[in-house]
Write a protein that binds this ligand. Structure first.
Ligand code: ADP
Length: 662
């Protein structure tokens, strides 16, 4: 028995401001077990509770998580002892009860687990496991959240004092001949221990809720907290008393009171899908579990990955791929982190790679402590391994779907493409794997891997310098004129119209194959985009060419448009308005957060190419000045119109002029 007794607890005293008074008092505690007995809680601070309370105020709902998971642990311990043959009694139906009594202002958490003897209460409860007073002080200053303090110093049970003035323990140990024990503590460092009243194995923790925390004396509030933290605990949690219609006298104001009856309301699923083996689960089980996790979600997930690893760390879980659609409006914090089925947090930022934050689902790892804190996550080496394991699993799964069901994969591309591109742009390891199954689509809606596309165009879309030019559009409807011109030449045009495609364009250029260049179809006239060796002769004399330039410059007279007369094919358009690839791309990047604000502030940089070989130019040159200007303006407006750049007064006068001309 004496082995449980702290023979010489150490008490360090802090004043209320938590400044360490460096005095360390050694107390000789020669405590007797018989009741009633008073004692002093062996923590290394004079009065830590006001500090805990104040500090932890924002997170105070976690008291319930701590106490319920203690009760679950105690229940699992008795199960284990029984299975090891160290407990020969009946374990019975293990259950944790959470009850509250609004009138008495109590919340009670009961279990029929291993229970505690008076000695054990003293050992486990009275001595708060500080690793050292100085360390506590240091950490207290640095700590960012309640979890950090609770986790590091084993204050789980004491979180009860965040919401309670007085806490009672009634417990009966499973050990043969154990006496029931009753412990009370009012949040100061003194406690009282006496013989208890429990007649069956297990523990009741009774919280006398303080005046500031009466919000917790509510069915709805407690139900919410339990839903959050206890929904998948491995031991059944029963919650709730219900008011019956049976009268039970009157209250102080003379209003009728009703009897409260216990309702058998198990609030948790003790065996959630992620704890099962994938071979036990069918698609509908995964979908049903998804609905259990997100009862309000309208969409079904596209597919999922069951995570299951036990070396070099222990981790299980299910990650779901949601329908992301073509928006960057990303639903973060949808992955829930558990430790042995106890919910910890939905801020999984450091565990899950940034780009996988779009996923939904559950990760459970006992290697992540219950009281996990931000600083822990950032420092922990397991967390880094978990992070790269998840990345690898996700890439492998996508690759598997791609290989086994390419058609299905192509159909899902609209939903997963954004996420895969996001991953490739932000995570090099993922990009390496994903380059095998990342798809690009062309204007015929045909899909290719990056390699396949390279093979498709490398011999046709090669310019005189050996560059392989991928043509793309960001808006097939608006750039139809340019697209048709390219297709007529036997070229292919990619559709890159997603929110990340500005960045993905550069990615393809760097990693998509040797000498690959991407050019938007409206970046220049087609023969300039892919410049071949053959030279087209200009059918204008130098003088005519100069004159044509003058006429057009005058007719257009816009600062942001540079006019050129060039030798295109006779059948090409007389006038085209294009926008330089490089400048436009820099501007686009600046818009989507590429950081290059200098470019963002520059005006658009258009080029007007007048096709000197088009018959219209000859006509303009031989017409009167007035007629020539009108025709030039008309041809230019048509070019603007075809790319959606004609609006307002310019559009009105174009329509008017057109009517006159017809
Ligand atoms: P932790 O759970 O992190 O060890 P706590 O302060 O929550 O820290 O609990 C301290 C110890 O008290 C537990 O490790 C356990 O031995 C004991 N304990 C707490 N609650 C119970 C309970 N309901 N039944 C049996 N033992 C308990």
């Amino acid at each position: 028995m004496n082995e449980f007794l702290p023979s010489c607890p150490t008490i360090a005293i802090w004043n209320t401001d938590c400044a360490l008074i460096t005095k360390i008092i050694k107390l000789n505690s020669n405590i007797q077990i018989m009741n009633p007995e008073k004692g002093s809680i062996s923590i290394h601070t004079e009065n830590i509770f006001p500090v805990i309370k104040k500090f932890l105020y924002s997170d105070n709902e976690i008291f319930l998580r701590e106490l319920v998971s203690n009760a679950v642990d105690a229940s699992q311990k008795i199960k284990r002892l029984a299975s090891l043959g160290q407990y020969n009694g009946e374990t019975g139906e293990l259950i944790v009860d959470v009850k509250f009594d609004e009138a008495a202002k109590t919340i009670t958490i009961s279990d029929n687990g291993i229970g505690m003897t008076a000695e054990e209460i003293k050992k486990y409860i009275n001595q708060i496991a500080f690793s050292g007073a100085t360390e506590f002080m240091e950490k207290f200053k640095e700590a960012n959240d309640a979890n950090e303090i609770i986790g590091r110093f084993g204050l789980g049970f004491y979180s009860a004092f965040m919401v309670a003035d007085t806490v009672e323990i009634q417990s009966l140990s499973y050990q043969d001949g154990a006496e029931p024990a009753h412990w009370t503590c009012d949040g100061s460092t003194s406690y009282e221990i006496s013989t208890g009243t429990r007649t069956t194995r297990g523990t009741d923790i009774i919280l006398h809720i303080n005046d500031e925390s009466t919000e917790f004396l509510s069915q709805a509030r407690l139900q919410d907290i339990l839903d959050k933290y206890a929904k998948f605990l491995p031991i059944p949690i029963r919650f709730g008393t219900k008011t019956s219609s049976e009268p039970d006298g009157e209250d102080e104001e003379g209003k009728p009171k009703y009897k409260s009856v216990e309702v058998d309301n198990i609030i948790n699923n003790t065996n959630p899908a992620w704890t099962k083996s994938p071979s036990e689960l069918k698609d509908e089980d995964y979908l049903a579990f998804y609905r259990e996790l997100y009862p309000y979600s309208m969409d079904e997930p596209l597919f999922w990955i069951h995570l299951n690893v036990d070396y070099p760390f222990n981790l299980t879980g299910i990650l779901y791929f949601p329908k992301v659609k073509n928006e960057l409006e990303i639903q973060r914090n949808k992955i829930k982190l558990y430790s042995r089925q106890v919910f910890i947090t939905d801020e999984v930022k450091d565990i899950v790679p940034e780009f996988l934050m779009l996923l939904h689902g559950v990760i459970d790892s006992p290697d992540i402590p219950l009281n996990v804190s931000r600083s822990f996550l950032q420092a922990d080496s397991n967390v880094k391994k978990i992070n790269s394991y998840i990345t690898k699993k996700v890439a492998d799964k996508l690759n598997e779907i791609f290989k086994t069901d390419r058609k299905g994969f192509e159909e899902k591309w609209t939903d997963i493409g954004l996420f895969i591109k996001y991953g490739m742009l932000s995570d090099e390891k993922f990009a390496e794997k994903a380059s095998d199954f990342c798809l690009v689509k062309n204007t015929d809606n045909a899909s290719f891997t990056i390699k396949e596309y390279y093979e498709k165009v490398k011999d046709i879309q090669v310019d005189k310098d050996g560059n392989i030019v991928y043509l793309y559009t960001h808006d097939a409807a608006q750039q139809d004129g340019f697209i048709q011109t390219a297709l007529n030449k036997g070229y292919d045009v990619l559709v890159l119209d997603g929110p990340l495609d500005t960045h993905f364009t550069s990615y393809l250029e760097q990693k998509g194959g040797e000498k690959v260049q991407l050019k938007r179809v409206d970046a220049d006239v087609i023969d300039k985009l892919i410049q071949k060796d053959e030279k087209i002769e200009l059918s204008l004399s130098e003088e005519e060419s100069k004159k044509a330039l003058e006429v057009f410059e005058k007719a257009i007279s816009r600062q942001d448009m540079k006019v050129e007369v060039d030798a295109l094919r006779e059948g090409d358009l007389p006038v085209s308005v294009t926008i330089d690839e490089f400048m436009r791309r820099m501007k686009d990047m600046a818009k989507t957060g590429g950081g290059m604000n200098f470019y963002g502030s520059l005006p658009d940089n258009y080029k007007v190419t007048v096709n000197g070989n088009h018959p219209l130019i000859k006509r303009i040159l031989s017409a009167s000045d007035e007629e020539g200007a009108k025709l030039a303006k008309q041809a230019f407006d048509l070019a603007l119109l075809s790319r959606g750049l004609l609006s307002g007064a310019d559009l009105t006068s174009f329509v008017k002029r057109s009517v006159e001309m017809i």
